[in-house]
Design a protein around this ligand. Structure first.
Ligand SMILES: [Zn+2]
Length: 182
């Protein structure tokens, strides 16, 4: 099995995405997994504004990166020039959300789950050292999850998000209601 096929399976990309290449960088001591959409993506894509199809490829954004779980004990990142779709009904142009993206947009779902599990057990700074990510980036990720949890409970009201941000100070997460939220 080719390494690209292996990563395709490990990432659970399905028919809509393919691994173009996988490179190991000695300088970064990390794997970079280059992913691209396939034509099949557009068969399943629906406009997030009006919910209609068909949606066609409009263009691609600059390459974005998502930190993923370690591979063979090395850090790994998914790299992708995400496509933007254009709705054939309402003309809305939007960035397609990839299946691997977590809530914070810079980490994969799997990486976020791993980091959040560690954050239940130890201070964020220590988690940052273990996973090789700054604690500020981890706090931003945690806040994105708190925002999503608040949105589920209170609906899309900015007041809820603001109050969530205000009380979610470092150290407050594990001894407040956020434990229930997360
Ligand atoms: Zn639309």
């Amino acid at each position: 099995m080719k390494i690209e096929e292996l990563f395709h399976r490990l990432l659970g990309l399905g028919e809509s995405w393919e691994v173009e290449s996988c490179e190991y960088s000695e300088e970064s001591n990390a794997f970079f997994i280059m992913v691209k959409e396939t034509e099949r993506l557009w068969a399943f894509e629906r406009c997030p504004k009006c919910g209609k199809d068909p949606v066609a490829c409009y263009d691609h954004v600059e390459p974005l990166r998502w930190r993923h779980l370690n591979v063979f004990s090395k850090e790994s990142e998914i790299v992708c020039e995400l496509p933007r779709g254009e709705c054939g009904k309402c003309g809305h142009i939007y960035r397609v959300k990839p299946p691997w993206e977590g809530k914070s947009k810079h980490f994969t779902e799997e990486f976020e789950a791993f980091a959040l599990t560690l954050m239940r057990e130890m201070p964020v700074k220590k988690v940052g050292k273990i996973v090789g990510v700054s604690d500020m980036r981890l706090w931003r990720m945690l806040l994105a999850h708190v925002d999503a949890a608040l949105r589920e409970i209170f609906g899309d009201h900015s007041h809820s998000f603001e109050s969530g941000r205000r009380v979610c100070a470092p150290g407050a997460v594990f001894d407040s209601d956020f434990e229930k939220l997360l």
